[in-house]
Ligand binder design. Structure first.
Ligand code: TRP
Length: 362
């Protein structure tokens, strides 16, 4: 199989997207989109996958489908350049998943470390829904149906890519060589890979309630930054402070640049100078936090504006999803036809089949 540059990525619509998603992957998607170094780029709203652990709460998925679509559009994913589509509406994905299931063993599924830790976290140990255990197979279908070779994801998705490559190889060996072997592209910046929550815990996550959401209004962002975890031993302004593990500085590492200093805090040339002053003592948390608010607002305000536009024009949002999904289905249909042909189960489209049975019975 000849590889073309085809990028595919997706998100489960289980909540609004936050700054962790933004620096960990969304920003990079916009960069890739604008660099244009690809044949095709897909962004998928993985609602079927989200249902594998939310099967009893479909309303949650239904509500967040639009939230995620609004988040995509407001951060600048451009439907002219990127095919945004809804997983459950591409039936070809379900079809491919069913054939792929023959190519994996139960014990292989049970070894996936990401799934293993999710099973614990979701208390699925004693009653594990089969659909949840096999979601990596459905994810392999997400990727392989579109011949996608470049998959920008977080480190936790590596095991999915590993399983996808195994399924691809296995199919190619048994039937015909029609699938490529995709690889993950991880974020370069280590901190951005795992942005800590505002409470200082290792990861920004909805279930920990420590997120700044892309859709948060100005007042909320301000409140959240003001409550951020800093250095608990930095009590008086004169005290020397620590910047390691101080979340306000972690965020400045990720979000600020020299031009922010010029604009909002000209008494310092750059972040190094600010850190040095903090470590020496004599710099208060409030001043640093106020600076961070301005830095974040510069990023968030345009996103908010765009979101407001799309919230007023929901028909456009639906039209974008509908069009993207139709496009994905067309590509998917062609691939499924090739899959069935290579498996020899395309009976009615195959004149050889009629010839074969004729020869056998007449
Ligand atoms: N599992 C991914 C997540 O939880 C979402 C996802 C579904 C995905 N299908 C995909 C990511 C295909 C990349 C490619 O974030």
């Amino acid at each position: 199989m000849q590889e073309k540059n085809i990028i595919l990525t997706g998100d489960r619509p289980t909540g609004r997207l936050h700054l962790g998603h933004y620096v960990g992957s969304l920003k990079n998607r916009v960069k890739m989109q604008n660099e244009g170094d690809f044949e095709k780029m897909y962004v998928m709203i993985a609602d079927s996958q989200a249902l594998t652990d939310n099967f009893n709460n479909p309303d949650k998925i239904r509500e967040n489908l639009i939230e995620v679509a609004l988040d995509y559009l407001s951060i600048g994913i451009d439907p002219e350049k990127v095919t945004i589509f809804v997983q459950s509406q591409v039936e070809e994905l379900t079809e491919l998943t069913f054939y792929f299931l023959n190519l994996v063993t139960l014990s292989r599924l049970e070894r996936n470390p990401t799934v293993k830790s999710e099973i614990k976290q979701k208390n699925f140990e004693t009653s594990l829904p089969a659909g949840f255990l096999i979601y990596p197979v459905s994810q392999a279908a997400d990727i392989l149906l579109f011949d996608a070779n470049i998959i920008p994801v977080g480190v936790d998705q590596e095991p999915m890519l590993e399983q996808t490559r195994e399924i691809s190889r296995s199919f190619n060996n048994i039937y015909e060589e029609i699938f490529i072997e995709p690889h993950a592209v991880l974020p370069e910046n280590k901190v951005a890979q795992r942005l800590p929550g505002i409470d200082g815990s290792a990861k920004m996550s909805k279930s920990l309630g420590n997120c700044i959401y892309l859709a948060d209004d100005k007042k909320t962002v301000k409140k959240k930054v003001m409550s951020m975890y800093t250095d608990p031993d930095h009590i008086n302004i004169e005290d020397p402070g620590k910047v390691e593990g101080n979340i306000v500085f972690t965020y400045l590492d990720v979000f600020s640049n020299d031009s922010h200093f010029e604009k909002y805090l000209p008494e310092y040339k750059n972040l190094d100078e600010l850190k040095t002053h903090y470590q020496k003592g004599g710099l208060g948390d409030v001043k640093v936090k106020k600076f961070l608010i301005k830095v974040l607002e510069e990023e968030l305000e345009p996103i908010r504006k765009k979101r407001a536009y799309y919230e007023q024009n929901l028909d456009q949002v639906l039209e974008i999803l509908n069009k993207g999904t139709a496009d994905a289905r067309e590509v998917g249909r062609a691939k499924i036809n090739a899959v069935k042909k290579s498996m020899g189960i395309d009976y009615f489209a195959d004149s050889r089949f009629l010839k074969e049975i004729n020869e056998k019975y007449n």
